[in-house]
Ligand binder design. Structure first.
Ligand code: SAM
Ligand code: DTB
Ligand code: SF4
Length: 325
């Protein structure tokens, strides 16, 4: 039985050391605690989105600094994937600012997926809501993961997004699973949600059957011009963020938990606490979709300080769990 919202809420109430100890113990039962998976993001289609997600730089409804760009060419995407591979990323994630892909768009994205896959990388796409049959087309092209976040609790979602519903998102997640794709599904912390919302959100993820293989935990990146970043908006306490990572690790012990957006604003010691709490994946490369991410060199230096190794796809699956645990 997955942990429910009450179980997870109780985790949040634990003394910090007890919570971290539980998370770290479970982490070591399921993974090599010193290996971190590296995913590189590319915004293949930027801005001009019809949706009104209150955190997003790419909604056409808000006045942000992001300029709309058409879908990138195959060549540009392949060059970016090659560069990411050369830096050591094992997964390449292509993001598009769409409510969902049109058939014509999807045909171009499936070509990109084929090309990136042929470089020997894992492939991920995040294209918004999918229609019947679209997940199958992506699976046939060799897509490994589809990213589609629930982002927050069901009850808080309606305060953040009005153009589509939580059930629309769950429906796409079902289609993704039905096509045999791996699921990458997480959310954003620091959008004015309560601790109870964070617990409910993690319970929604844990209740997916099976739970997502990959769970991105983003810290809200404040984008001027978006409703969630109006002057005076509160910022989430960093310790509460670490608690959320630990609770995600405990609720989904066998999933990769990704320390996602927000790392540019986090000092090394806060990121170290997140790894200790069970994060074992990051976005790697100097850009997220429209905002900066730490430079690869800075990440490699941090890894060296912490004795962390990038996860290597060539190693057999048990690399995720070593005998030293
Ligand atoms: N349009 C597609 C969708 O909404 O699923 C894919 C791209 S969308 C930008 C992917 C995810 O990026 C969102 O679900 C959200 O979790 C994350 N994201 C977007 N803006 C963010 C921000 N300002 N801070 C943190 N995470 C953000
Ligand atoms: C996810 O959970 N975080 C990524 C990825 N999935 C697509 C996106 C983060 C975006 C941060 C803000 C930006 O760069 O626009
Ligand atoms: Fe569009 Fe995705 Fe941004 Fe929402 S999060 S506005 S769907 S790009």
């Amino acid at each position: 039985m997955p942990l429910d919202a009450a179980d997870i809420a109780a985790l949040f109430e634990l003394p910090f050391s007890d919570l971290i100890y539980r998370a770290q113990t479970l982490h070591r039962q399921h993974f090599d605690p010193n290996a971190v998976q590296l995913s590189t993001l590319l915004s293949i289609k930027t801005g001009g989105c019809s949706e009104d997600c209150g955190y997003c730089s790419q909604s056409a409804r808000f006045h942000t600094d992001v300029e709309s760009q058409p879908l990138m060419s195959q060549e540009t995407v392949i060059a970016a994937a090659q560069a990411a591979k050369a830096r050591g990323a094992t997964r390449f994630c292509m993001g598009a600012a769409w409510r969902g892909p049109k058939e014509k768009d999807l045909a171009q994205v499936t070509e990109m997926v084929r090309a990136v896959k042929s470089l020997g990388m894992e492939t991920c796409a995040t294209l918004g809501l999918l229609r019947e049959g679209q997940a199958e087309q992506l699976a046939q092209a060799g897509l490994d993961y589809y990213n589609h976040n629930l982002d927050t609790s069901r009850s808080h979602y309606d305060n953040i997004v009005h153009t589509h519903s939580y059930d629309n998102r769950l429906d796409t997640l079902r289609k993704v699973r039905g096509a045999g794709l791996k699921v990458c599904c997480g959310g954003i912390m620091g959008m004015g949600e309560s601790r109870a919302d964070r617990a409910q959100f993690l319970a929604e993820l844990a209740a997916l059957d099976p739970p997502p293989e990959s769970v991105p935990i983003n810290l809200l990146v404040h984008i001027p011009g978006t409703p969630l970043s109006e002057p005076g908006t509160s910022v989430l306490d960093p310790i509460e963020f670490v608690r959320t990572v630990a609770a995600a690790r405990i609720a989904m012990p066998a999933s990769f938990v990704r320390l996602s957006a927000g790392r540019s604003q986090m000092p090394d010691h806060l990121q170290a606490l997140c790894f200790l709490a069970g994060a074992n994946s990051i976005f790697y490369g100097d850009r997220l979709l429209t905002t900066p991410n730490p430079e690869s060199d800075a990440d490699l230096k941090l890894f060296e300080k912490l004795g962390i190794r990038p996860l290597n796809l060539e190693m057999p699956e048990p690399q995720r769990k070593t005998t030293e645990a």
